[in-house]
Design a protein around this ligand. Sequence first.
Ligand code: ZN
Length: 448
Amino acid sequence: MAQQGILRFRHLLTPDGMVHDRQVIVGADGRIKRVEPADGGPWDGWLSLPGMPNAHSHVFQRALAGYGEARVSGEDSFWSWREAMYRVAARITPEQLHDIALHGFIDMLRAGFTSVAEFHYLHHLPDGSRSTAMAEAVIEAAKAAGIRLRLLPVAYFHSGFGMQPPLEGQKRFVHRDIDEFLRLLEQLADACPGIAPHSLRAVPAQWLNDLVRGAGEILGDAFPVHIHIAEQQREVEDCLAAHGRTPMRLLADAVDLDARWQLVHATHASNEEIDTIAAHGAGVVICPITEAYLGDGLFNAVRFRERGGSLAIGSDSNCRIDAFEELRLLEYGQRLREQRRARLGTGKGLGAPLWLHSVAAGANALVMPCHGIAPGEYADFVVINETADALAGHAADSALDALVINGSRNDVSAVYVAGRRVIDNGQHSLQGRARDSFHEVVRALITA
Ligand SMILES: [Zn+2]
């Protein structure tokens, strides 16, 4: 639900940089009509940033945060964590998913994210029977929270390269064939979805063109295609063993990579592969907190950005939700890789260019008009108060540097989605109830 009106801010981070004493005219469709000098009237905030799109989330995985951290074998990895995730995935009901998602989406809003691409693979009911109840639980939770959702139903057919049969733990994710998946997509077409072939482990490369074509017949032209790729070294090795090529090479050979394609992680893409992705205009979605949490590795983001690549961020496992922290870890990972400072900033600083790029790249990844504070884009705002802890002495022009280095979600005072205020004073109206339900569900799923 959008809200028509005028919002006034002392400072506004626009795609052209920081501007001062402005009012934003919001249309009935929730999009920005004009940005113009303020005519007086009360201020709605000190500094407003454009809302950050969250370009990759599996919201149910939030239930696992902080569990499974004991050192077991010395070889604990993504693959051992995945076993724990499958145990939760096997049991979760639509009602439980709704409660986890509602709390997760509220947390995203409080942390600076105003839209989310939900990479949704928990399709079937716990007994394996077909239903849209799980997807509807996510859609309802997003509506109740007030976050904009790009649902990405996941296509998942096999358990490994060479069309290996699915594992027991994957039975809620898998479809028999492309037709069965497309029937689900048809049922969800009103929710404005994109599609997400899970990975080249789960979808054979030679099926991708049929899958995208079939989805296009249902969804028209303007939908994104997201795929996990090259997240772990073992995935690259398995792909080389099965196909004599890396996953990135296999993908680039199989499809016409273009801006519709969003490559999630791409952690172990080689320099040559990074250049190929950028040259084709495909995007990369990086999830710095989760990639660190799972011990994946570090993507060469500096090279990708130098080649003009579009780099969005996602909260992925949702073990910690904070747009500022994602950007901090993104930058720090590159500093550690290269033993240099100031890797992803420009002569104008770190925070503002990084925030603006990530917003625009996130909008590209969602294929939604939320690229920044400009006419035609959704009126999505993250408002920071002058008194925010991170800002000590900073004027608006350097506030983003302070927020990315020293700030957090705690510095967010208000959030607007399509002109409607969903977070006020750092709080969401459903927050208390959502937290209680979330705690109850996690106890039932994990500790009971
Ligand atoms: Zn993922």
